[in-house]
Design a protein around this ligand. Structure first.
Ligand SMILES: CC(C)(COP(=O)(O)OP(=O)(O)OC[C@H]1O[C@@H](n2cnc3c(N)ncnc32)[C@H](O)[C@@H]1OP(=O)(O)O)[C@@H](O)C(=O)NCCC(=O)NCCS
Length: 194
């Protein structure tokens, strides 16, 4: 079980061994969860796809639970945030903010200068998080989501991505098992979604 007292986390690139926990958290947190296959393809077949996870910091011999993740694409100058969730038992402790900040830092290191996303119109908590990190609303897609049907709010963050101090405040630990290598360091071919 994940504890609900103040949680310290490490931010790491996801590895294949994290997949079960990411899928389980997505099912818990999202109204229309991604399938396991969608995660697998995004991690292994999409050259623009990346995923960072947040793991609880625990004593050495205790299991460290996965408490959050963020999936995003870095498409040249643009970061596209695709999926973000934090375990319900540890929300409002800054973990979502750390994950988005780490994602921005990761994209910035690859040359991205802006970031965009879609969020459900009713998801005021996530919108507040993004606004706190410099995103602004720039449009709406009517009836974009299903189950339930709902508009998408389009949010964008630019300029500040290259000058913000927040992007240097969260460090991403290195992992040899990462599925989240920069595109130019990957062995796979260049076929991408979209
Ligand atoms: C959205 C989500 C990722 C936020 O994660 P979190 O770790 O709880 O967020 P943080 O603690 O980092 O919050 C940072 C700030 O965002 C805002 N915020 C976050 N959740 C909020 C909520 N439910 N209501 C209002 N503001 C909220 C607050 O300004 C907060 O700062 P504060 O706690 O100092 O007031 C989490 O609620 C979640 O997993 N939701 C379900 C999945 C989801 O909606 N994903 C986003 C899809 S676009």
């Amino acid at each position: 079980m994940v504890t609900s007292s103040s949680v310290q986390v490490r931010i790491l690139p996801a590895s294949k061994g994290d997949l079960d926990e990411v899928v389980a958290l997505d099912q818990l947190a999202c109204p229309v969860p991604w399938t396991r296959t969608m995660f697998e393809k995004d991690w292994s077949e999409n050259p623009f796809g990346h995923c960072l996870i947040a793991r609880e910091v625990r004593e050495q011999d205790r299991p460290s639970f996965l408490v959050g993740y963020i999936c995003f694409w870095v498409v040249f100058e643009e970061i596209r945030i695709m999926n973000l969730a934090v375990h319900p038992s540890v929300r409002r402790q800054g973990i979502g903010r750390q994950l988005v900040t780490a994602c921005l830092a990761y994209g910035k290191a690859q040359g991205a200068t802006k970031a965009c996303l879609e969020v459900r119109a009713s998801n005021v908590g996530a919108q507040a998080l993004y606004q706190q990190l410099g995103f602004r609303e720039y449009g709406r897609r009517v009836a974009y989501y299903t189950s339930p049907q709902e508009d998408a709010i389009l949010m964008l963050r630019e300029e500040s991505l290259s000058s913000s101090r927040e992007t240097s405040e969260v460090s991403i630990e290195q992992s040899a098992r990462s599925v989240c290598q920069p595109y130019n360091q990957r062995k796979e071919g260049p076929d991408a979604h979209g």
